[in-house]
Write a protein that binds this ligand. Structure first.
Ligand SMILES: [Zn+2]
Length: 50
């Protein structure tokens, strides 16, 4: 069960937990729904959900 998918910043050494409030963009692709998060460190992390 991936009910609460832990989303963590991609930047090396950051590993900050990203919250829904930091979700800047949601878009759909054939592979699923993607979310782009912008961390306070400036890195953008994209996750693939369903
Ligand atoms: Zn970060």
């Amino acid at each position: 069960m991936l009910d609460e998918l832990a989303c963590v910043c991609d930047a090396e050494g950051c590993e900050r937990r990203l919250t829904d409030e930091e979700c800047m963009l949601v878009y759909r692709t054939p592979a699923g729904k993607r979310r782009a998060y912008e961390c306070a460190c400036g890195a953008v992390t994209v996750t693939v959900g369903r």
